[in-house]
Design a protein around this ligand. Sequence first.
Ligand SMILES: Cc1cc2nc3c(=O)[nH]c(=O)nc-3n(C[C@H](O)[C@H](O)[C@H](O)COP(=O)(O)OP(=O)(O)OC[C@H]3O[C@@H](n4cnc5c(N)ncnc54)[C@H](O)[C@@H]3O)c2cc1C
Length: 432
Amino acid sequence: MDRTQVVIVGSGFGALAAAKKLGKAGTPFVLISETTEHLFQPLLYQVATGVLSPGEIAPSIRAILAKYPSGDVRLGRVVDVDPDKREVVYEAGGIRHTLGYDTLIAATGARQAYFGRDEFAEVTYALKTVADADRLRRQIVRCFEEAHTTSDPERRRDLLHFIVIGAGPTGVELAGQIKELAGRYFEKSLRDVTAEDVTVTLVEGAGETLPVFGGKLSKYTQDSLERAGVEVVLGTMVTDIDEHGATLSSPGNGFEKRLTAETIIWSAGIQANDFAAVLAERTGCETGRGGRLLVDEDLTVGRYDDIYAIGDMASLNNLPAQSPFAMQGGRHVAAIINGKRAAGTPFTYRDKGSMAIINRFRAITRVGKIELTGVLAWFLWLAVHLVYLVGFRNRYVAVMSWCGSFLGHRRPHFHYAQEIEPADSNELDRAA
Ligand SMILES: Cc1cc2nc3c(=O)[nH]c(=O)nc-3n(C[C@H](O)[C@H](O)[C@H](O)COP(=O)(O)OP(=O)(O)OC[C@H]3O[C@@H](n4cnc5c(N)ncnc54)[C@H](O)[C@@H]3O)c2cc1C
């Protein structure tokens, strides 16, 4: 049977950080991922709003790791693990393969959580993958194009109404961007659609936007969005969604309201991807909120000291499910495997600060006790994300695209082609 020293599952922030460290030390590893890309999720909203193309934020993981001869990349979906035999099972091209390991690093991330209402996935837009961003971009362009041609005022209103559920970083950046698109891009190119015609409603169950920041920064975010024309609805739950709209309610005061819209975006929480549940079952590891594995202090899983889980699929001391936790976890585990740190060394998280973008020239940043808002925080957000974007060409293209979109009015990636249904021949006969 096929064996290697280390198997890494996933190709996100955690997996890449671990693979680079192992590769630099010449440690043999096989990275298995269900996608060939390393996706830079924080810039997905810019793909959805036409600023960047998918290729610029999702370079090939195989190309990134090509310089490490001890590494091998395989496209496949890991579906099972036998911790006692030290084997993983993965599916590739419809065939099941078994691969033995000495150490397993699981970094399979998370997807959107619908809190027991999985049917909401059918009628909402998400932002987790390149396919999600592409689907949302097409929907935004379609709505503006159809609003331009329809003569039905009610339909026009619904086409130009965007409901965003969840005021975490993803919801805030999308709400801010869509409103900005209306004024800075579409208003210039579709003369009969003004920014005032476009309604963006941001709904949040907690009492403030960006609840993880809280206080002054959350208030600044809310004020900035409202000043830009976004309707911010706080302390309100979404209890029902269908393809025509959403029902909002506040359990405390009996408030209930139905909003109609063609586009509803769900960004209300995360749930660990399926492999976390498989690992939990096979290792006896407990799971917490969103099915995230409650890992040990050294990031090992269950009672197995040769299986690690890192990033969004893992939960430790309430650390945020964000890229620094994934990257630092990947480096920590690789240091143990490379013999640079003793086995069992507890993971220590270095908090380098948090930031969130709101719209053009507005962001918030917290580093220790220092809190920044406005243009400075916005430049800092762009600079930090540029540093972590993989590849010189991608960084160069990103800077050029940002200049075009944020200083000018360009959205170079807003292509949309209507899918034309074949005409009904009876109708054609009648028309003739
Ligand atoms: C829209 C958005 C904006 C964000 N903005 C920020 C931000 O500004 N700052 C920040 O710090 N964080 C941000 N985050 C969070 C950050 O992106 C995540 O914390 C980070 O990606 C987690 O890394 P990970 O390695 O755990 O998982 P991921 O990056 O999600 O990677 C998981 C990988 O595992 C693969 N996979 C899943 N299941 C399997 C399987 N069974 N077999 C094989 N492969 C599998 C997936 O294809 C994927 O490649 C954002 C996230 C989103 C969605």
